[in-house]
Ligand binder design. Structure first.
Ligand code: 5GP
Length: 183
């Protein structure tokens, strides 16, 4: 899906597919160096991180493996509570593995903070975070984020895996959802 297909639903485009691909190529090159001979395990957080894992992993030149987790956050409406339920756990034993959690977006950071604590108990050799997008509130949480695609303003964005009511995940670009869509 292109921005032109849903143009009236977006206030603006923040990042085009070309900008996303260029930034992912830079991060992939960093990971290639940082994880040479380490066979990192990319842990994608479903559903939003599907596109990021798919494109980041293919931009990498070193071997890696992939696994997936699905979590649901208990909370009221759009507020994240930080209490997380694991809906789908990993198939991979993390003992001795170099793990990179891959996220679409970090807002409050509460979900990721829980995931980090949970995965840290599984004895990985190392545990780092890569996120495509980061919102300002994320800096309030004690999270060391190794790789950030883009910092964005505190607005609700869709596209490139990010949804509103299940839609827009298949949009190439990342844009701000127009208030008229959810008003
Ligand atoms: P956190 O625990 O960091 O507050 O929650 C992060 C999750 O909230 C993301 O994985 C995503 O599902 C959702 N989220 C936060 N901000 C946005 C946004 O701007 N757009 C969309 N589509 N989801 C968001």
């Amino acid at each position: 899906m292109d921005t032109s297909d849903v143009a009236s639903d977006l206030s603006c485009v923040l990042f085009t597919k070309e900008q996303i691909a260029a930034r992912l190529a830079e991060i992939a090159a960093e990971i290639d160096v940082d994880y040479a001979d380490k066979n990192p395990l990319l842990v994608g957080v479903l559903n939003g991180a599907v596109m990021v894992v798919a494109d980041l992993s293919r931009a990498m030149k070193i071997h890696c493996e992939m696994d997936w987790m699905a979590v649901s956050s208990y909370g009221s409406g759009t507020q994240t509570s930080g209490v997380v339920r694991i809906l789908k756990d990993l198939n991979t034993d993390l003992h001795g593995r170099h793990v990179i959690i891959v996220e679409d977006i970090i807002d409050t950071g509460l979900t990721l903070s829980y995931l980090m604590q949970n995965l840290a108990t599984r004895d990985p050799a190392s545990l780092k975070i890569m996120t495509m997008l980061r919102k300002p509130a994320a800096v309030q949480v004690e999270l060391d984020i190794a790789y950030v695609g883009f910092d964005i303003p505190n607005q609700f964005v869709v596209g490139y895996g990010l949804d509103y009511a299940g839609h827009y995940r298949n949009l190439h670009d990342i844009g701000v959802l127009a208030p008229s869509v959810y008003a």
